[in-house]
Design a protein around this ligand. Structure first.
Ligand SMILES: [Zn+2]
Length: 64
């Protein structure tokens, strides 16, 4: 099995989510400080951020 690309995001949401649809880990790694508290769940996000996050989850999840 040779498929080992980085074509899709690996979403590491163990630290929670950011208000702009990224994960806490992504935001923290880029800016060093996330606007949301560590461990913020999808339910705690504003509606627009939650929608973005759910879209990213859907895109990263193989259908079937
Ligand atoms: Zn953030």
């Amino acid at each position: 099995v040779g498929e080992h690309g980085h074509g899709h995001d690996h979403l590491d949401a163990t630290d929670g989510w950011c208000c702009d649809g990224r994960t806490y880990a992504e935001h923290a790694s880029e800016g060093g400080h996330c606007c949301q508290a560590k461990g913020t769940s999808l339910d705690d996000l504003p509606d627009d951020g939650r929608a973005k996050a759910e879209a990213r989850i859907a895109a990263a999840t193989p259908e079937g």
